[in-house]
Design a protein around this ligand. Structure first.
Ligand SMILES: [Zn+2]
Length: 139
């Protein structure tokens, strides 16, 4: 069922790569305020939204529409087959990206954009725990 208005849909379409979306910016700001420092869109598999290099933690904020969130995915009525394929290939690519990063020793945190929107504090504390747990000890 397509519940988006055409205006919402086109706003959504304009975020194909999901770079610098509102939830991502909110998360970045909150982590920065805690003193957690990260790099953006590093050249790693899947171009993670945030990379904590020394802790080897990567963070992705996945758009609910683009990555088939079970709570919010909608089925566009127009070009239904195109969108089905497009989203299925995003999901398949996410899995490939995850295994490539895992094989390389990264811890992967993936959040739905709705998690960031609805409960930023919980997302922030999960990122903080993961980064602090894995941070190499200072010499
Ligand atoms: Zn969602």
């Amino acid at each position: 069922m397509d519940v988006m208005t055409p205006a919402q849909r086109s706003r959504c379409m304009s975020r194909i790569r999901g770079v610098n979306t509102k939830p991502e910016l909110a998360l970045r700001r909150a982590l920065w305020q805690l003193g957690l420092r990260y790099r953006l869109h590093q050249k790693l598999p899947g171009k993670p939204d945030l990379t904590f290099g020394s802790a080897r933690v990567v963070v992705f904020v996945d758009g609910c529409f683009w990555h088939a969130c079970p709570a919010h995915q909608t089925q566009p009525k127009t070009n239904a087959a195109f969108w089905r394929n497009k989203i299925a290939s995003n999901v398949a690519r996410d899995a490939i990206v995850n295994s490539a990063l895992e094989a390389d020793g990264w811890e992967i945190l993936r959040f739905w954009e709705h998690e960031v929107n609805d409960n930023l504090a919980a997302v922030v504390s999960r990122v903080r725990r993961a980064v602090q747990k894995r941070k190499p000890r200072r010499r």
